[in-house]
Design a protein around this ligand. Structure first.
Ligand SMILES: Cc1ncc(C[n+]2csc(CCOP(=O)(O)OP(=O)(O)O)c2C)c(N)n1
Length: 248
């Protein structure tokens, strides 16, 4: 029988532990496909901290390093500085990157470390049971905001891509989504570009990927995709926030 599709070599055959409808798996696949298409799988090193993607090292068929909560940018900085020929990326959730790890990521970007960051924003702390994150939307219910996030007490959600576009050290910042096939294709293009910046030695590149968390949002997988589109994208507009110079 003719083979019409082959899974990327960048992913292992280990079944993921992700909940039904969670889009971490799609984002893993996009990263793995990009690394394979760029022919850099043998020299790719991922760094993931705790969060739902804590077991990402099992799912990628590349070298991987675990980091403590929020500290992936520091670990990736060390790896990349010691091995400048490797392709190094962090894979971080919003609870991780935009809360406990904010100082780490801001300063990695500020120093323009030549690494790539995949920032998975699902507007909640997934792994620990759905607590409010700095990215939780106004009015959004979580276990620590059962009546909905009240900006009077919790502030307005952090817009990380907009914030990082203002850091002089960032070379490329883009926000994408994975709620439908068109957005998934666009997300892959942005992820590829972010890795191309690193290979070209241009400095810090980040792709923020809007992602779902059906379990903690209390929605079905399909309704989660709609919720993302209708609620997250208006607050977190998709698009390119910074392109220092074109590479390729
Ligand atoms: C120092 C420390 N503080 C708190 C925790 C508990 N903790 C683990 S993951 C997590 C948040 C994860 O949320 P996010 O980064 O958004 O990733 P997601 O699980 O949603 O993919 C927290 C608070 C921890 N492991 N270590």
């Amino acid at each position: 029988m003719a083979i019409v599709f082959e899974k990327t070599k960048g992913l292992s055959n280990v079944e993921t532990h992700y909940c039904p409808g969670c889009t971490h798996g799609i984002i893993h696949r996009l990263v793995a496909e990009v690394l394979e298409e760029m022919d850099v799988l043998p020299k790719a090193i991922g760094v993931s901290p705790v969060g739902c993607s804590v077991l990402a090292f099992k799912y990628f068929n590349i070298d991987f390093q675990e980091a403590t909560h929020g500290r992936a940018p520091a670990v990736a900085t060390g790896i990349k500085r010691v091995h400048p020929d490797k392709v190094v990326f962090t894979y971080q959730g919003d609870g991780d990157l935009a809360s406990i790890g904010t100082a780490e990521i801001v300063h990695a970007a500020h120093r323009s470390e030549n690494i790539t960051t995949i920032f998975v924003n699902n507007a909640i702390y997934g792994m620990t049971g759905g607590q409010m994150a700095p990215t939780t939307l106004p009015g959004q219910k979580s276990t620590t905001s059962p009546l909905g996030r009240d900006p009077k007490h919790a502030g307005m959600p952090l817009k990380i891509s907009e914030m990082f576009a203002t850091i002089p050290g960032t070379a490329y910042v883009e926000r994408v989504s994975v709620h439908d096939p068109v957005s998934i294709r666009n997300a892959k293009k942005a992820i590829r570009k972010a890795f191309e910046y690193q290979v070209a030695g241009k400095g810090f590149a980040m792709v923020e990927v809007l992602s779902t968390c059906p379990t903690n949002w209390g929605l079905s997988p399909v309704d989660s995709l709609t919720w993302l589109k209708d609620n997250m994208i208006p607050y977190y507009p998709l698009g390119n926030y910074k392109t220092l110079e074109e590479v390729k």
